[in-house]
Ligand binder design. Structure first.
Ligand code: CLR
Length: 424
């Protein structure tokens, strides 16, 4: 794919963007109540996706053995591309309050007009102070209008954040945009205990905020506001399920019903919702356009507290690939870095650097050169014993989820980079 579709970051850096709101993990570790800890961990899980909003550039595919490190605000993180076919990226972040690690192998499915991305793999947060581990899998995302029209993205499906020590779960539904996009970017769900008793209601948008209220307040609010919301939802929004049914074909009505249009009707009690998990959401009316409206209802339930709010994008974001301030900083060569960086670090990748400098032809040429170099190295290794093994991660079983994962083997921060192969 031509380099003009790229943004000047590698997927490893894009993965590190999960860390933008890492202070939520510190906050979680400071809470003595496991339910309060779950609130912050769930908020973190949602916040990790916020930087994806309006980001439609394709990050560079990491080369096999490529790494990325970042030290910030009391934590440090190391990532490595541990497999090329299929592409798997692993990361391990640590601070005095938490460990956050995982491996992601994004699977892309083309559906004609859209591409669906399943970020397979899992992520785990450990809070050593409490002997707790939490894990979840990120929801699918769909990029619409890849051929014509304006690109837009939605994240949809169910995310289940599990506290393996206490059995608490946060079951969060990321809603598909839905008809007239009334649910665009919406997230809602409950924190439940091991007996499935609902403890808290969480709601918000993955692009903006997450709030939390008690179940009593939530239920009362729904009861008292049901009518009001239904009216608001209809005002000036064209046909709705209740609007002139005689003109609405049966098939469309059935679809509207299955979409459960209306606030709060598709909560995640059952752990599933109306989203289509293996396929992009059902095409919307006017699928060719960007959804226009995402606020036919806005909820603000009494007794809510805000767990997380997204920082506004910098003013010049539109000139810089819609980057957040955090993303803008990821390629920076800070003082002292050239001497101490691992030679496989993304910051040293010439094609990414050239694109950042606006040299598109140079970037394209370097990208081709690097990919050829990678192919040649692979050929040269073939047949030789040992083949390739990642330097900083080892394939293993995640002790909490019992699923395949890549676990940090340690040693990176000793900065002994003497025998690191030259991949650039
Ligand atoms: C979404 C959040 C997941 C991890 C993840 C994996 C792959 C990423 C995806 C995120 C965001 C969208 C993404 C995708 C790879 C390619 C795709 C960057 C970060 C871009 C938008 C594809 C552009 C397609 C062109 C045809 C325009 O947890």
């Amino acid at each position: 794919m031509p380099v003009i579709f790229n943004e000047p970051l590698s997927f490893l850096q894009r993965m590190v963007e999960y860390m933008e709101y890492a202070h939520l993990l510190r906050k979680a570790s400071e809470e003595s109540d496991p339910i309060a800890r779950m609130q912050y961990v769930a908020a973190f899980a949602v916040s990790a996706l916020a930087s994806n909003w309006e980001r439609l550039g394709k990050p560079f595919n990491p080369l096999l053995g490529e790494t990325y490190e970042l030290e910030r605000d009391g934590y440090r993180v190391i990532c490595e591309q541990v497999s090329h076919h299929p592409p798997v990226s692993a990361f391990h972040a640590e601070s005095k309050d938490f460990i956050f690690h995982g491996s992601i192998h994004p699977k892309l499915k083309f559906w004609g007009k859209s591409v669906e991305i399943q970020p397979k793999g899992q992520v785990t947060v450990e809070l050593p102070r409490w002997g707790e581990a939490y894990s979840w899998t990120n929801v699918n995302c769909c990029v619409h209008n890849i051929i014509v029209g304006k690109l837009w993205m939605e994240q949809y499906g169910t995310m289940e954040v599990v506290n393996h020590a206490s059995g608490h779960r946060a079951i969060l539904t990321f809603k598909p945009a839905g008809w007239f996009s009334k649910d665009l970017h919406r997230v809602e769900g409950f924190i439940i205990d091991r007996h499935k008793k609902k403890l808290h209601f969480l709601y918000g948008k993955w692009t903006e905020f997450i709030r939390c209220t008690d179940v009593g307040s939530y239920e009362e609010y729904v009861k008292e506001n049901a009518h009001k919301f239904r009216r608001d939802g209809e005002k000036g929004k064209g046909p709705t399920p209740t609007d002139s049914p005689s003109h609405t074909p049966k098939k469309v009505l059935a679809k509207l019903n299955s979409l459960k249009v209306g606030p709060f009707k598709s909560n995640s009690q059952s752990g599933s919702n109306n989203s289509v998990d293996d396929g992009c959401p059902i095409p919307e009316p006017g699928d060719g356009d960007l959804p226009k409206c995402d606020s036919t209802y806005s909820i603000d339930i009494p007794n809510s507290s805000t767990l997380w709010e997204a920082d506004p994008r910098p003013e010049n974001t539109a000139e810089y690939y819609q980057f957040t301030l955090f993303a803008m900083s990821l390629n920076e060569m800070e003082d002292g870095m050239p001497e101490k960086l691992c030679p496989t670090d993304c910051r040293l990748r010439p094609d990414i650097r050239k694109l950042e400098e606006g040299d598109i032809d140079g970037a394209a040429a370097e990208k081709t050169r690097l990919e050829e170099k990678q192919r040649d190295a692979r050929k040269a290794r073939k047949g030789k014993k040992g083949d390739w093994s990642p330097k900083w991660f080892a394939h293993g079983m995640n002790p909490y989820t019992k699923e395949e994962d890549w676990l940090y083997s340690g040693g990176y921060w000793d900065r002994d980079f003497g025998h690191i192969p030259d991949i650039f």
